[in-house]
Design a protein around this ligand. Structure first.
Ligand SMILES: Nc1nc2c(c(=O)[nH]1)N[C@H]1C(S)=C(S)[C@@H](COP(=O)(O)O)O[C@H]1N2
Ligand SMILES: [Mo]
Length: 531
C-alpha cells in the first residue's frame, strides 16, 4: 500500500503535529546514539564514570539539599533507582526539545546537544575517579548526537519544509523516503548500541558487584598501627589513599577480570604446575604489610610513589607449593592484559614481604591497582615486580626471559634507589618566616635513619622524623623554616635541599641521574620566597 495515497491518517496529526513530533523523535534518536556510544565505550574504558552518570552527578549536585533529603526519605534505598529514571526522563525531554528547536532554527538544537556533551565532559573530568577518559567520552557523545541530529533534521526539513499550502502528505516522496531511511537507520543503531551496552555493562557491573561484596579475610599476621601524621600541612599522609595513589600501566582499558573465573598459574621450572583460584588464595593465611611502591620513571622530587597497607599471601609460599627447580633465577609474572615483569627469584624467597596482594588499605584492590590480585615486592621498582591483574607466574631465568620494559631499554634489575623529597614548599611558593618545611624520604628494605635539610648554601640541619612505619615504608620529615635556616630567614628568594641516610649508614646518591635506565638519583631542591 502506498502511504502517500492512504487516507487513514488522523486529520489533525499531519500538518500541525507531525513535524514537531518527528523532530522530537529525531532528537531522541540522535541523543540516544550519542549517549549509547559513550556508554558502550565507557563500559570498558571507565566503568565508574560514564557520560550519563557524569551528567547525573551534576544533576545530583544541582538539586537543592531539601529535595535530596526528601528523595532519600521517601524513596529510601530506591532513591538511586528513582533518580536514574528521573535523570533519563529529563535527558529524553531535553533530547526532544533539541529536535524541535533544531527544526525551528538551525544550530539551536545542535548547540543544546553539544552543551550537554560539554557539561558531561566537564563533570566526568572533575570527578575524583574521572579524568580525561570520561571527558573524552562526554565530548564524543555530544559530537555523535550533534551530527546525527543535524543530518536527521536536515532531511526532515527537506521533506516537510514545503510551502505552507502543502501538507506533509503532498510533499516529495523521495525526500520522505530519504528521511525515513535515515530515521530507521538511527533507530537500528540505537537498538544495537543499547543491546551492546547492556551486555557490556552487565558483565562489568557483575564483577564490580562481586568486588564490592567481597569481604576480605582478617590477616593472620597484622601490621602494627600506622604512625600518625605529623601536624604539617602540605606533606603527604603516611598512608596514601587508593584514589590518590599514582597509577602507572600500559593498559588503555582497565582490565576487570571476573574474580570467579580468575586463575593464577605457576608454570615453568617447577616440579609441578599449580593453579589457584581467588577463593583458594583468600583462604590462605594472609599477611598485612606496609610497602611504599615506587615507579622507575619517578624524577627526583616526583610523585610516582605511594605508601599503602597491602594484604596478601607470600609469593614464596606459592613457589614452595610448586617446587622451584635448580637453575631458575627469575619469576616472570604476567597480567591478564599481557604485561610482564621479571623479578629476581631471590627477592621472592629472601623473606621480604613479597606478596600476592588482594587488599589495599583495607579494601579489595581497586580495578586500577590490579583487582583481583597483584604482586607487591618491597625494594623493587614496579616495572620489575608489581604486576597488576596478575594471572601467571613463570619460573624461569634472566637468560631465557625478560619483562615488558627490558627490551625497551630499561635495566633488567630494578632495585629502588633511596631518595627524599621536599613537599613543602612547592616550587616557587611564597612562605612566611614561621612556615614549616616537610616531605618524605625512603629506602625500602633498609629504613630511613635521618633526613637533613639545607637552606641555600647553609649548613645541613637534621629534620624531625615522622613515626617509623617499618623499613619498607617511606618516612615523613619536617622542620620549621627558621630552624632549617639557623635563624629567621631574610626576605626574598631561597632554595631548600633535602638528603637522607639509611639505617645502614649509607646516604642517598647525590649524582644527578635521569630515570632511564634504572631510576633517577640526585638531591631534590625547591626554590621559594620568604614574604
Ligand atoms: N599489568 C600491569 N601491571 C603493572 C604495570 C603495567 O603496565 N601493567 N606497570 C607497573 C609499573 S611500571 C608500576 S610503577 C606499578 C604501578 O602500580 P600502581 O599503578 O598501582 O601505582 O605497576 C606495575 N604493574
Ligand atoms: Mo613504573
Amino acid at each position: 500500500m502506498n502511504g502517500e495515497a492512504s487516507t487513514g491518517a488522523a486529520p489533525g496529526f499531519q500538518g500541525r503535529w507531525a513535524g514537531p513530533a518527528l523532530a522530537a523523535l529525531c532528537g531522541l534518536l540522535a541523543v540516544g546514539l550519542g549517549l549509547l556510544s559513550g556508554e558502550l565505550l565507557s563500559a570498558w574504558l571507565s566503568p565508574s564514570v560514564s557520560p550519563l552518570n557524569a551528567v547525573g552527578a551534576v544533576m545530583i549536585d544541582a538539586f537543592p539539599g531539601p529535595v535530596k533529603d526528601w528523595a532519600v526519605a521517601n524513596f529510601g534505598t530506591n532513591d538511586k533507582l528513582v533518580f536514574g529514571v528521573t535523570m533519563r526522563v529529563i535527558v529524553a525531554l531535553l533530547a526532544c526539545a533539541a529536535g524541535v528547536l533544531e527544526r525551528r532554527k538551525r544550530g539551536i538544537g545542535v548547540g543544546l546537544v553539544i552543551a550537554i556533551g560539554v557539561l558531561s565532559a566537564a563533570a566526568g573530568a572533575s570527578r575524583p575517579d574521572g579524568g580525561t577518559t570520561p571527558a573524552f567520552l562526554g565530548i564524543l557523545s555530544g559530537a555523535v548526537a550533534a551530527i546525527v541530529l543535524a543530518v536527521l533534521i536536515e532531511r526532515l526539513r527537506a521533506w516537510t519544509d514545503r510551502p505552507r499550502t502543502q501538507t506533509l502528505r503532498s510533499a516529495s516522496g523521495t525526500d520522505r523516503r530519504r528521511f525515513l531511511s535515515a530515521l530507521g537507520l538511527s533507530a537500528v543503531g540505537v537498538a544495537i548500541l543499547a543491546v551492546g551496552t547492556a551486555v557490556a555493562q552487565g558483565a562489568v557491573t557483575g564483577y564490580q558487584n562481586a568486588r564490592a561484596a567481597l569481604k576480605l579475610p582478617a590477616p593472620k599476621k597484622a601490621a602494627p598501627a600506622p604512625p600518625s601524621d605529623p601536624p604539617v600541612p602540605g606533606i603527604p599522609s603516611w598512608t596514601t589513599p587508593a584514589d590518590s595513589f599514582y597509577r602507572i600501566d600500559t593498559a588503555l582499558v582497565v582490565p576487570f577480570p571476573d574474580p570467579d573465573t580468575w586463575r593464577l598459574r605457576v608454570t615453568g621450572m617447577v616440579d609441578q604446575e599449580v593453579t589457584m583460584t581467588f577463593a583458594e588464595l583468600l583462604a590462605k593465611p594472609l599477611e598485612e604489610h606496609d610497602v611504599t611502591l615506587t615507579c622507575v620513571s619517578n624524577e627526583v622530587g616526583g610523585n610516582l610513589i605511594g605508601n599503602a597497607r597491602w594484604l596478601g599471601w607470600p609469593v614464596r609460599e606459592l613457589l614452595a607449593e610448586a617446587g622451584v627447580k635448580p637453575g631458575a633465577d627469575m619469576v616472570l609474572s604476567t597480567s591478564v592484559d599481557g604485561f610482564t615483569a621479571g623479578t629476581p627469584l631471590a627477592a621472592l624467597q629472601d623473606g621480604r614481604a613479597a606478596i600476592l596482594a588482594v587488599g589495599m588499605n583495607g579494601q579489595p584492590l581497586p580495578p586500577e591497582h590490579g583487582f583481583p590480585v597483584r604482586m607487591v615486592v618491597p625494594g623493587l621498582y614496579g616495572y620489575v615486580s608489581a604486576t597488576k591483574w596478575l594471572t601467571e607466574l613463570k619460573v624461569t631465568t634472566f637468560a631465557a626471559d625478560s619483562g615488558y620494559w627490558i627490551p625497551r631499554g630499561w635495566s633488567p634489575l630494578g632495585p629502588i634507589k633511596r631518595s627524599s623529597r621536599v613537599d613543602v614548599p612547592r616550587d616557587g611558593q611564597s612562605l612566611h618566616a614561621d612556615a614549616v618545611l616537610g616531605g618524605v624520604a625512603w629506602a625500602q628494605g633498609v629504613g630511613v635513619a635521618s633526613v637533613e635539610v639545607r637552606i641555600d648554601d647553609g649548613a645541613w640541619r637534621a629534620a624531625r622524623l615522622g613515626g617509623d612505619g617499618g623499613a619498607d615504608s617511606w618516612r615523613q620529615w619536617w622542620l620549621p623554616l627558621a630552624e632549617a635556616a639557623g635563624g629567621v630567614p631574610g626576605h626574598g628568594k631561597h632554595t631548600v635541599t633535602v638528603r637522607m641516610t639509611g639505617r645502614d649508614g649509607t646516604a642517598q646518591s647525590t649524582d644527578q641521574v635521569p630515570p632511564a635506565p634504572n631510576g633517577s638519583s640526585g638531591l631534590h631542591s625547591v626554590g621559594f620566597t620568604v614574604s
